[in-house]
Design a protein around this ligand. Structure first.
Ligand code: FES
Length: 183
């Protein structure tokens, strides 16, 4: 009798054991997919992750084509842009003045730090002049007229000369502030 009772108990335990093993297999299988899911989510979010770090060097001109007379030349910059999961090529992103003196090249953003108008080169090419509120800057970008409303000098940009190529780290900054705060 006790033998039959033991057999009945083992018979009742068997389905429970199978059920627990099935649950365990499901849990382990689920855990095994976590790394793959993480990689998939990372790949999906990649364009969004890149958005904040896409400030990069842009090739602007050939050094050999840039006169070394110290007169600034204006260049429009184009770059590829990622918008979500779409990539657009050769999109205008801004403009800079390049100024070469001997082999030294400097770059200035054309945007006026006062309120965002485009600064122009004066007709005699001796200084920059903003058409909106008459800020005036020397060719190195410094404010050359104390009555200029601009709160800071023109925004200098990082330049790299790689062989015959001039590259600029293009960046816009908030207008109306004394400090250069990247947009
Ligand atoms: S925007 Fe240039 S002086 Fe105001």
């Amino acid at each position: 009798m006790s033998e039959g009772s033991r057999q009945d108990t083992e018979g009742a335990l068997e389905p429970r054991r199978s059920f627990l093993m099935a649950i365990g297999a499901i849990v382990m299988g689920g855990l095994a997919t976590v790394p793959a899911l993480g990689a998939a989510v990372t790949a999906l979010l990649d364009p969004l992750r890149r958005r904040g770090s896409d400030r990069q060097m842009v090739q602007v001109a050939r050094l050999s084509s840039l006169p070394s007379d110290g007169v600034p030349r204006r260049f429009t910059l184009e770059d590829d842009r990622v918008d979500g999961w779409a990539t657009y090529t050769d999109v205008p992103i801004g403009a800079v003045y390049l100024r070469r003196v001997d082999d030294q090249v400097t770059a200035l953003n054309v945007v006026c730090p006062h309120a965002g108008c485009f600064v122009g080169l004066a007709p005699d090419r001796s200084r920059f002049a903003c058409p909106c509120h008459k800020s005036s800057f020397a060719l190195d970008g410094s404010i050359d007229d104390p009555s200029s409303p601009s709160p800071r000098d023109m925004d200098a940009l990082e330049v790299e000369v790689r062989g015959d190529e001039v590259w600029v780290k293009f960046q816009n900054f908030l207008p109306g502030r004394e400090d250069k705060t990247p947009v």
